[in-house]
Design a protein around this ligand. Structure first.
Ligand SMILES: O=C(CO)COP(=O)(O)O
Length: 275
């Protein structure tokens, strides 16, 4: 079973009504592959969700950027999963590094939030990623594994989860991870899922990359075997988001070529051994 390419646009805390309308109009005019090939989700600030939802083309969907960790009630300033479901919002981003760093969201808190959002029927984009210090200390894999473990300990069904690997040092810095840096962590995350959850979840869960993705670097990144899409910040507010969505088709050609090459290699290997 293939993992459908996924492109998310995280608009963060940006936009006016006029700007939002303009971005949506650009997306609506964009020529992109069908939703059988690529799943596109945009995530405006809460207050713009209904507007975006009403204007956005039907093959693209919306995500909230956060939700409350448990059932709603007396939590001033929060938006609960129930409210999002009531509004027909299908997706929510959980555990973004900006919230982890600026609002002190711990691995456990993020894990609880993922579990609660799923229990209410939301689909979740769960973010993980290391800081520069952690990378330089050689603990990247341990950090993303601990962040993933806090989720894995709290959920049993991964069908509605997309993992976004977003190295903190690459977010908003223009310093994109190289394709091999990204592939290495995506591979390790998939391996972790295989060893700690199941082979099936490892095979079927989409792991997308975020951090300074743009129209110029998305094609090469999309060609990495364990990279199933993107979570885009700054460039998702610009027309080049359409180019990023279109890198989904590049992936197919690239992976196909790799597979053909491997088949050819096996063929010659076997023939040489049996000749
Ligand atoms: O944080 C991000 C997406 O969630 C990435 O942001 P940038 O694409 O602006 O680096």
């Amino acid at each position: 079973m293939g993992r459908k390419f996924f492109v998310g646009g995280n608009w963060k805390c940006n936009g006016t009504t006029e700007e939002v309308k303009k971005i949506v109009a650009t997306l609506n005019d964009g020529k992109v592959p069908s939703q059988d090939v690529v799943e596109v989700v945009v995530s405006p600030p809460f207050v713009f969700l209904p507007l975006v939802q009403s204007l956005l083309r039907p093959d693209f969907h919306v995500a909230a950027q956060n939700c409350w960790v448990k059932k709603g009630g007396a939590f001033t300033g929060e938006v609960s999963a129930e409210i999002l479901v009531n509004l027909g919002i299908p997706w929510v981003v959980v555990g973004h590094s900006e919230r982890r760093a600026l609002l002190g969201e711990s691995n456990e808190f993020v894990g609880d939030k993922v579990a609660y959002a799923l229990s209410q029927g939301l689909k979740v984009i769960a973010c993980v990623g290391e800081t520069l210090e952690q990378r330089e200390a050689g603990s990247t894999v341990d950090i993303v594994a601990a962040q993933t473990r806090a989720i894995a300990e709290r959920i049993s069904d991964w069908e509605n989860v997309v993992i976004a690997y977003e190295p903190v040092w690459a977010i908003g810095t223009g310093k994109v991870a190289t394709p091999s840096q990204a592939q290495e962590v995506h591979f390790e995350l998939r391996k972790w899922l295989k060893e700690n959850v199941s082979a099936e979840v490892s095979e079927s869960t989409r792991i997308i990359y975020g951090g300074s993705v743009n129209g110029a670097n998305s094609k090469e990144l999309a060609g990495q075997l364990d990279l199933d899409g993107f979570l885009v910040g700054g460039a998702s507010l610009k027309p080049e988001f359409v180019d990023i969505i279109n890198s989904a088709t590049h992936l197919h050609g690239d992976v196909l070529l790799k597979k053909l090459f491997l088949l050819k290699f096996e063929y010659f290997y076997i023939n040489n051994n049996y000749d």
